[in-house]
Ligand binder design. Structure first.
Ligand code: PLP
Length: 382
């Protein structure tokens, strides 16, 4: 899809039956520039794994490329293969989860750069390059204290002593990931930075990449040459209270599909988890947990119409949930009306805090039954 075609699609469609997830591409670009301003001495990569956190990587990655971004991170090779044709030749796609067994030729032929996370992966990439007779690029991940992905200090030493590794593998970037970046005061951060400096110094030719969104905001000195924000680009501040001054990039609306008035003492939803304490007016909404509208919001969350907060009552079902709309005058609400789930009154961060989960989990959970509708300025083609 070319950037010119994705702007302001008006009208409704059957795909919008559950609701509409609107994504403001101008805001995403503004956030990209804001990250660049916060980390002026580094390149800003874009983390577009999991379909750009469920927002639509095939649209968003080319738009970011149009704004100058050249480094894109995904988790799986399949995700990279989806994006490669939409990006300029000068762009680089990195596969964070590493080089899966047998994927060497697919990866190399598409010009995708694997993140080597284990000695085994490094050896396979070296062997493939040697057999193909061409030096191949890679990112090398080192584990500095998250115990998730990457080589430990001993393994790095082993690798660098391995004959031929640096002859066949061009290590473009050494990267690591912070376990506690969302807790800027944690001593674990300084310790990881120290270990990273030590390990990265053994590959002086390579660039260095350490910071995710929280680290871009929370660390006074953004270590390295390449930062890796995801959340920030999508307008979500990982720190609380929010400090970044981001441009909100998404709104999520559902629809009212039925309105009823009920007497006191009436059970609502599965297991009659809620019983009306007095006569109430109730609206059934077009979203449920199958849409990633969390089941845990039942009896706890709220939605909005204009400035009126409407509590969710009873359990969230698979395809519906029920809001108490008694505060909206009779006749002022009817099937088809739009309800704000995420927007000016309720951010992804607030929802995540309410549910004690990560904003990433809320975003990536939003399902395929929402229509993704892109808005914002058209950009010249990259
Ligand atoms: C997902 C991920 C990021 C981006 O994290 P945000 O919190 O969205 O900025 C950066 N680096 C790695 C290794 C990741 O897995």
């Amino acid at each position: 899809m070319r950037p010119q075609e994705i702007v302001d699609q008006p009208g409704s469609s059957a795909a919008a039956e559950a609701g509409i997830l609107s994504i403001d591409l101008s805001a995403i670009i503004a956030n990209y520039r804001l990250v660049q301003a916060k980390a002026p001495s580094t390149r800003v990569g874009a983390v577009v794994k999991a379909d750009a956190y469920g927002l639509g990587a095939r649209t968003i990655a080319p738009v970011l490329a149009g704004a100058g971004c050249r480094d894109f991170f995904v988790a799986h090779l399949a995700e990279a293969l989806e994006l490669v044709s939409g990006l300029p030749e000068s762009a680089r796609l990195y596969v964070l989860n590493g080089l899966a067994p047998g994927m060497e030729s697919l990866c190399a032929d598409a010009g995708i750069v694997p993140v080597l996370n284990t000695l085994e992966q490094a050896r396979e990439w070296q062997a493939y390059a040697a057999a193909a007779g061409r030096k191949l690029p890679a990112v090398l991940q080192v584990d500095t204290g998250m115990s998730r992905l990457g080589l430990g200090a001993d393994e790095l030493e082993t690798l660098l002593r391995q004959p031929g590794f640096l002859d066949w593998v061009a290590v473009r970037v050494v990267m690591s990931h912070l376990a506690c970046a969302d807790m800027p005061d944690s001593p674990a951060n300084a310790e990881q930075v120290r270990r990273f400096a030590e390990m990265a110094s053994q590959l002086p030719e390579a660039e260095q990449s350490l910071a995710n969104s929280a680290a871009v905001l929370g660390m006074s000195d953004c270590v390295g040459n390449l930062v890796r924000p995801g959340l920030l680009l999508y307008g979500i501040d990982p720190l609380s209270p929010a400090t970044a001054g981001l441009h909100p990039a998404i709104t999520l609306d559902a629809r009212v599909i039925q309105v009823r008035s009920v007497q006191a003492g009436v059970g609502v939803g599965y297991d009659h988890d809620y019983v009306t304490p007095s006569p109430r007016r109730l609206a059934t909404l077009s979203v449920g947990y199958a849409d990633g509208w969390p089941r845990a919001l039942g009896g706890k969350g709220a939605v909005w119409i204009n400035d009126v907060c409407l509590p969710l009552v009873g359990r969230v079902s698979m395809d519906t949930c029920v809001a108490d709309v008694t505060d909206i005058p009779a006749g002022c609400i009817q099937p088809g009306d739009k309800v704000e789930l995420i927007g000016p009154h309720q951010s992804v961060s607030e929802l995540a805090a309410l549910l004690e989960t990560a904003p990433h989990a809320i975003l990536t959970g939003l399902g395929n039954r929402f229509e993704r509708r892109f808005t914002g300025h058209a950009l010249p083609q990259a």
